[in-house]
Design a binder for this molecule. Sequence first.
Ligand SMILES: Nc1ncnc2c1ncn2[C@@H]1O[C@H](COP(=O)(O)OP(=O)(O)OP(=O)(O)O)[C@@H](O)[C@H]1O
Length: 268
Amino acid sequence: MSGAVLRIENLGCSYGKDTVLDGITLPVMRGGSMVAVLGPNGAGKSTLLKTIAGLLRHSGSVKVGDREVTGLGQAEKLRTIGYSPQTAPQASALLAYEYAWSALRAALPELGNAEQERRIQTAFERLGLTDQLFKPVGALSGGQRQRLGFSQVLAREPLLYLLDEPTSALDLKWEIEALGLMRDRADRGGALCLVALHDLNLAMRFCDRFVLLKNGKLLAEGPVVGGLTPEMIRAAYGVEARIETCSRGRPIILADDVTDQETTPRRD
Ligand SMILES: Nc1ncnc2c1ncn2[C@@H]1O[C@H](COP(=O)(O)OP(=O)(O)OP(=O)(O)O)[C@@H](O)[C@H]1O
């Protein structure tokens, strides 16, 4: 594959009889971009990322470079696509370092020991895990475990990152560090990153574009700054929100009230 280019056309995906993605067509996405995948619970964000990762059968087309993702072999997929699921690594007796190293060895055996070690150490340093190297995965905190899962993907240095809520267990500092790292991979490494997020302010701060899903359909897409509007937020989430400018000149979203009658408890 020559570069990080992703083409999605008329994508559909079902679980049994239930259609959960329907007719999703997106503009071509290229390396250097970080795209927020947004939408309420159950909108289809994880399903979209899993489908792009080639993990689910689908209709329509998902092309990574000039190849259908379903046509990529396992080794090629692991080299090209870094998919990080919503759930952090399961507790186990493996040491954190063994966990990361065995995954990297399986994905990129051609790297050799020295380069594998260098990449893992770099990823651990960037994610503040150096002190946890020799701890069993089961002895890590939830946020440390989530960072460990992320380190495994970072160490592979793929062209395409698919991160499903990578900050859900992280504290304020590590939210900024983790998404800053991804922004850096896009800006300086030419990677393309799709990241499912619930925090719209993190999306506004780190991503350049967004894809907004609702009920498995594309509600809107575009540049985050100027493109994501209070009307879209209301339509997607049933929440009244304002977009204001903070003292540093950055846009900030303030959520005021739930407006969706179906999800507002009656008081009478
Ligand atoms: N393995 C599965 N089998 C059947 N239905 C599923 C499965 N996984 C997800 N779904 C359904 O598909 C729909 C989309 O789920 P998905 O996990 O993609 O949503 P999401 O936008 O990532 O949600 P959340 O914000 O809650 O993580 C939901 O209605 C969900 O119930």
